[in-house]
Design a protein around this ligand. Structure first.
Ligand SMILES: *Cc1c(COP(=O)(O)O)cnc(C)c1O
Length: 478
């Protein structure tokens, strides 16, 4: 349903208006080949000012971390410092060409090398490849590395990937795409991997286990050492989904805990833009025994300088050129600006903020698991005694000026609202959000229709989300 209709750019159109001026041609004009010219495109004819207003208004309709609180759990929507953009705009870095000779791109290679080194140190791994373009792409790279490791040992009967039921959907998708069968492992009452079920599933056909720690309930996996031991004991490998690394910086290193391979989400933990703001970046780190299989090229250093080099038994290239290089500059800037103590403070404050907000929200919404949380927590978003569901609460929060939390994930929690404030939010912002959640609950009890029809303040009110996916309306029809 549309709120008050705004003039659409097509309705402002008037013949002969243009928003551009082309310079005089300084070459002889040549006619375009017949049939190659499209005419009657029905494009709007508007002035430059009308054009600028149109796109500026459109941009203001976006929710973004620069404008509102954005507690989208598991996505770590923290503030992206503007200094990152300044660094990425430095001409020598932004104008480098991927086909440039190595000798003339030593600065860029050095930056990539030092980022590899920093990520190794932060997460406790022996080698890093910066190639993958996002977390899910890193998972794919990591599972292919695990497959290559087993095949290289002549161990070809391993076909099963174990995945806890709280996992992100990309984990089973990655495993299936890599040609493996997914075996789901249940969580126990405290939200940990059920050790009995894990032991029962472990045998010599297991490729490995994909584990998110802290998991998607926002809980540290209390038996992580035993989980790693159990999987290793049957010859499997431990894949770490590093999406939640924002809780561990400077405190615990996945490589030390027993993970063999892990992806980083630079766009979550390391403040590169996220959610419409730019491409992702999902480097993977591995321990010694998996290093020869990393996707290449990676950057190596010798007496002569920095070079691109493919690891000995590399699974090959996964991405054109060398990864999303612009994101490496931003993430490296962030890591160097924070320093080791600063990174530890990031995680300490992310955990502190989440526990503060949990304390403010839990009197009004039931916790999925009542434990000290890490950087995020999950509540049930339905309101008992009413027909209000988590989705209604989320939609109503938009009217209060907040981005909704993650809805209906993890799948094992009914009406899940997954809330992650991150370390960059102030007490005021969190208090305002908690107050809004409390107010929405009061509304649910007194006037639930207000929630069912929310949001009310947006250009488009409640959509039929299934229909929007199945039959989207993508064209303006006047
Ligand atoms: C975000 C996320 C992923 C996928 O990462 P992308 O960068 O979005 O591809 C995987 N697992 C978890 C737990 C996540 O939160």
């Amino acid at each position: 349903m549309w709120n008050e209709p705004e003039p659409v750019i097509f309705e402002l159109s008037s013949p002969g208006r243009t928003a551009f001026t082309l310079p005089e041609a300084d070459v002889p004009l040549a006619p375009l080949p017949e049939g190659s010219v499209r005419s009657d495109l029905k494009l709007p004819e508007v002035s430059e000012l009308q054009f600028v207003r149109h796109y500026t208004h459109l941009s203001q309709k976006n929710f973004s971390i620069d404008t509102v609180f954005y507690p989208l759990g598991s996505c770590t929507m923290k503030y992206n410092p503007k200094v990152n953009e300044k660094a990425a705009a430095i001409e020598g870095l932004s104008q480098v060409h991927p086909l440039q000779p190595e000798a003339s791109a030593q600065g860029s290679l050095e930056l990539m090398y030092k980022l590899q080194e920093a990520l190794k140190e932060i997460a406790g791994f022996s080698a890093v490849s910066l190639q993958p373009a996002a977390g899910a792409h890193g998972e794919f790279a990591g599972i292919l590395v695990m497959r290559a490791y087993h095949e290289n040992r002549g161990d070809t009967k391993r076909t099963k990937v174990l995945i806890p039921d709280s996992a992100h959907g990309t984990n089973p998708a990655t495993s299936a795409m890599s040609g493996f069968t997914v075996v789901q492992i249940p969580s126990d009452k405290r939200g940990n991997v059920d050790l009995e079920a894990l032991s029962a599933a472990c045998d010599d056909t297991v490729v490995g286990l994909m584990l998110t720690n802290p998991n998607t309930l926002g809980l540290f996996e209390e038996n992580v050492l035993e989980v790693c031991q159990t999987v290793h004991a049957c010859g499997g490998l431990m894949y770490g989904d590093g999406a939640n690394l924002n809780a561990l910086l400077g405190i615990a290193r996945p490589g030390d805990l027993g993970f063999d391979v892990m992806h980083f989400n630079l766009h979550k933990t390391f403040t590169t833009p996220h959610g419409g703001g730019g491409p992702g970046s999902g480097p993977i780190g591995v321990n010694e025994k998996l290093a020869p299989f990393l996707p290449g090229p990676i950057v190596v250093k010798d007496a002569a300088g920095y070079h691109l080099s493919a690891p000995e038994k590399s699974i090959g290239r996964l991405k054109a050129f060398f990864g999303n290089y612009g994101m490496f500059i931003r993430a490296y800037t962030y890591i160097r600006m924070m320093g080791p103590d600063g990174l530890r403070a990031v995680s300490e404050n992310a955990v502190l903020n989440a526990n503060y907000l949990k304390a403010r929200v839990s009197p009004h919404y039931a916790l999925a698991v009542d434990r000290t949380c890490m950087h995020e927590f999950v509540v049930h978003g339905d309101i008992p005694g009413t027909d209000v569901r988590a989705l209604d609460v989320s939609k109503r929060l938009i009217d209060y000026g907040h981005h909704p939390p993650t809805n209906y994930f993890p799948l094992i929690v009914h009406d899940a609202l997954m809330i992650e404030p991150t370390e960059t939010e102030s007490k005021q912002a969190m208090d305002a959000f908690a107050d809004s959640l409390a107010a929405v609950k009061e509304e649910a009890l007194s006037n639930s229709e207000l929630l069912h029809s929310a949001p009310h303040t947006t250009p488009v009110t409640r959509l039929d989300e299934v229909k929007a996916v199945r039959s989207p309306v993508l064209c303006y029809k006047g």
